[in-house]
Write a protein that binds this ligand. Structure first.
Ligand code: ADP
Ligand code: MG
Length: 200
């Protein structure tokens, strides 16, 4: 099996901070594996994810994604990733949900027929059918997070990196999201990196 991710002796210290936000982290992720990163608020989880995505640079250590430095990611690798960063929305606030899904279709060049099939499948699985025509601004938190996930699954990424995808949800809403991530993983052999502060 291929290594999707290698994190080796990684440290991160922000210039404005005295202490390390991430200290000596090493792990790897094989194709098809599901790995959870658990820790309390402020533990450095999101900092680690941002380094994996090449948004910020480690102070020390090495990260390889698909064998490459994420700071020099190529488009062909980027399109394999489905990323949700908690608290940050990918949806266009004042437009219908479907417009955001179509934006993802366009960016990731999902062919029409594949889009139609995936939209039907994942919208139903994530219980989005009832609000696809509704403006994002009118959604509840649970609906919004399911719509965020729909935008990601629509292009069927090989790797899911989900940073707190269920934060703020009630147990039922959380279970629905996690069950659908698990179902998608099982069906596609997806590699999943799931970040949470919730120990359950
Ligand atoms: P988590 O995601 O586990 O809650 P974070 O990675 O967001 O943790 O934060 C880890 C630590 O790094 C915290 O102490 C936070 O204040 C600090 N931190 C995060 N982002 C920045 C930043 N851009 N500049 C300075 N400090 C930061
Ligand atoms: Mg975080």
């Amino acid at each position: 099996m291929e290594h999707v991710l290698n994190v080796e002796d990684v440290f991160k210290r922000y210039k404005s901070q005295g202490d390390y936000a991430v200290k000596n982290v090493s792990f790897s992720l094989l194709e098809g594996e599901i790995v959870g990163i658990l820790g309390p608020n402020g533990a450095g989880k999101s900092t680690l994810i941002k380094m994996i995505l090449g948004v910020i640079c480690p102070t020390k250590g090495q990260i390889l994604v698909f064998g490459n430095n994420p700071l020099r990611f190529e488009k062909k690798d980027k399109v394999k990733l489905g990323v949700f960063l908690g608290g940050k929305s990918n949806l266009i606030y004042h437009l219908p949900v479907l417009d955001s899904v179509r934006l993802f279709q366009s960016i990731y060049r999902v062919p029409k027929a594949v889009f139609a099939e995936n939209l039907a499948r994942y919208s139903q699985a994530l219980q989005c059918d009832g609000f696809l025509q509704q403006r994002v601004a009118t959604l509840s938190l649970g609906q919004r997070l399911r719509a965020e996930l729909l935008c990601i699954l629509i292009y069927e990424p090989q790797v899911l990196i989900l940073d707190e995808p269920t934060a703020g949800l009630d147990p039922k809403g959380r279970d629905l999201v996690l069950e659908q991530v698990a179902a998608y993983q099982k069906e596609n052999g997806t590699t999943v990196l799931l970040v949470s502060h919730s120990m359950e």
